[in-house]
Design a protein around this ligand. Structure first.
Ligand SMILES: Cc1cc2nc3c(=O)[nH]c(=O)nc-3n(C[C@H](O)[C@H](O)[C@H](O)COP(=O)(O)O)c2cc1C
Length: 197
C-alpha cells in the first residue's frame, strides 16, 4: 500500500498487478465540498451502470440520483444512518441503488441484488476513470427512502453511494480522519477461494 498526495491515493496490496482503475479505487469519506458533477459525467456513470451484465438481461435495478444542492440530495442525505450523515453531505452526488425484487405481478427476481451490485461496481470504476471517487453505504433508512420517493414494496433501496472529488483526510473530524488513513486490507486469496485447480 502507498499513501501519497495528502492521503488521497491509496492503492491496493496485490500479489500480482491488476488493472490500474481497480488497483487505485478506494472509498474515501473526505470529499471536496466545492466539487460538482457535470451532466456528462453523471450520464457516463449511469451508462456504466446500465451496461453492466444482468441475469436474463432483466435489469432489475433502479437509481435515484441527487446532486449536492438539490432537494433530492437533501432527501437522500436525511435518510443516511449514524456517522454516514457526518461526512456524506460534502459529496457531489448521492445515488440510491434500488433493487426490483419482484415483478409487478409478484414473481421473484432472484438475482435483483446481485444485478444491482454489478451495476454499482461498474459505476464505481467509471467514476474512478472520471477522476472521481465513490463510497457505498449500507447504513441507510430503507423505510425513510421508500416513503420519501414513494417506492412500492417491490422496489427496495439497498445502498446509497456518495460520489465526488476526494479531499484530504484532515478535513474530517478526528475519528474519521484516523479511519481514512488506516491501511486498506482484505482477506487473503486462500481464505476466499474454496477450490482452485
Ligand atoms: C454494501 C456496502 C455497504 C457499506 N456500508 C458502509 C457504510 O454504511 N458506511 C461507510 O462508511 N462505509 C460503508 N461501506 C464501505 C466499506 O466500509 C469499504 O468499502 C471497505 O471498508 C473497503 O474499503 P475500500 O473500498 O476503500 O477498499 C460499505 C461498502 C459496501 C460494499
Amino acid at each position: 500500500m502507498t499513501i501519497t498526495d495528502q492521503n488521497t491515493t491509496r492503492t491496493s496490496d496485490t500479489a500480482v498487478p491488476i488493472v490500474d482503475l481497480l488497483d487505485e479505487r478506494w472509498s474515501p469519506r473526505s470529499y471536496d465540498v466545492t466539487a460538482t458533477l457535470s451532466d456528462e459525467q453523471l450520464t457516463a456513470l449511469l451508462e456504466a451502470a446500465r451496461w453492466a451484465p444482468s441475469a436474463a438481461n432483466l435489469q432489475p435495478r433502479r437509481f435515484i440520483v441527487g446532486r449536492r444542492g438539490t432537494p433530492t440530495f437533501a432527501t437522500i442525505l436525511a435518510n443516511l444512518m449514524g456517522f454516514n450523515t457526518v461526512w456524506a453531505g460534502n459529496a457531489a452526488a448521492l445515488v440510491v441503488a434500488v433493487a426490483e425484487t419482484t415483478t409487478e405481478e409478484g414473481d421473484v427476481r432472484r438475482w435483483a441484488e446481485y444485478d444491482l451490485g454489478a451495476a454499482m461496481s461498474a459505476l464505481s470504476v467509471q467514476a474512478h476513470a472520471e477522476g472521481l471517487h465513490t463510497h457505498q453505504m449500507g447504513g441507510i433508512e430503507v423505510d425513510g427512502l421508500r416513503a420519501a420517493f414513494d417506492l412500492p414494496e417491490r422496489l427496495v433501496p439497498v445502498t446509497v453511494t456518495a460520489i465526488g472529488v476526494v479531499d484530504s483526510a484532515d478535513k474530517l473530524p478526528e475519528k474519521l480522519a484516523e479511519r481514512e488513513t488506516l491501511p486498506r486490507t482484505r482477506l487473503p486469496i486462500d481464505e476466499l477461494v474454496i477450490a482452485r485447480d
